[in-house]
Design a protein around this ligand. Structure first.
Ligand SMILES: [Zn+2]
Length: 274
């Protein structure tokens, strides 16, 4: 949850109309109404509270590691969030520190355990501040101290810039990226992650073990389906030529004494002898 109960979302592409609520953006500058990011080196978001002395809440479960008045920060509360979502990969855990500056009262003590939503203080204008607002910042675990600031007084002097113009000029912008994150973008992602019914866990891709398929030796059995052609059985029925044998009627010569004897043929005809 956001550290203040406000209706506006820190909707980056549409912030132009919200500059009265978010007066200075993460990596923005102090020029009124300039909603550009990545141009300045402001390491947090300045939020104008909805009412004066608005309650400030812990954005996540955590432990109070700082609750004191600290010079230009004014009254500051720093919470340590151990085991919270890693902004780079929500499936991993990391430690982050949320920092709340310029408070009026402080409602927690160092080493208190707080739950998300616990009231830790109220907004005001203490320290180096020109109007009532909450400077809200989230430091990475690697940040050397809290609330981290991206340039030192000496660096600012060397650049011959006053404090605000050093921020406007983006002095130490690389350090902003290295040691802090955009706090409200992060909290929006936490909300989205929790509300997503299917957690945004990366798909565990089990290595594809390709079991080699036993390759049966290719016996190329070409089964050629025989073309069944109905064979034309040409049955040549050769009607056998019945050759009627020439029956030669033998001339039976009947020897006779009498030469005038008739010759009788085999068919019985009698041929008269001449
Ligand atoms: Zn600020």
């Amino acid at each position: 949850m956001y550290p203040l109960k406000i209706n506006e979302k820190y909707d980056l592409p549409n912030l132009a109309n919200l500059w009265r609520r978010f007066t200075t953006l993460y990596t923005g500058n102090y020029l009124p109404g300039d909603m550009r990011i990545w141009v300045g080196s402001h390491p947090g978001v300045d939020i104008v509270p909805p009412v004066k002395n608005a309650p400030v809440y812990a954005c996540l479960d955590g432990e109070v590691v700082m609750a004191e008045n600290k010079g230009s920060y004014g009254n500051i509360v720093v919470l340590k969030h151990e085991g919270t979502y890693d902004p780079a990969d929500f499936t991993k855990k990391t430690t982050l520190f949320s920092c709340h500056l310029h408070l009026s009262e402080i409602d927690v003590k160092k080493w208190d355990q707080v739950s998300e939503g616990t009231q830790i203080g109220k907004t005001w204008n203490t320290g180096n501040s020109t109007g009532e607002h909450l400077h809200f910042q989230i430091d990475r675990a690697e940040s050397p101290y809290h609330a981290y600031w991206p340039f030192t007084w000496a660096e600012q002097q060397a650049a011959k810039l006053d404090f605000m113009w050093a921020v406007n000029a983006g002095l130490g912008l690389d350090n902003v990226y290295k040691y802090t994150i955009d706090p409200l973008v992060y909290l929006d992602k936490v909300d989205a992650y929790r509300n997503n019914s299917t957690p945004i866990t990366p798909k565990v891709v089990s290595p594809v073990i390709e079991t080699p398929k036993p390759v049966a030796p290719k016996a190329e059995v070409k089964i050629e389906t025989p073309v069944v052609t109905t064979a034309k059985v040409e049955v040549k029925v050769e009607t056998p030529k019945v050759v009627t044998p020439k029956v030669e009627t033998p001339t039976i010569k009947v020897a006779s004494l009498d030469s005038s004897v008739d010759v009788i043929s085999a068919d019985g005809t009698v041929q008269k002898k001449n």
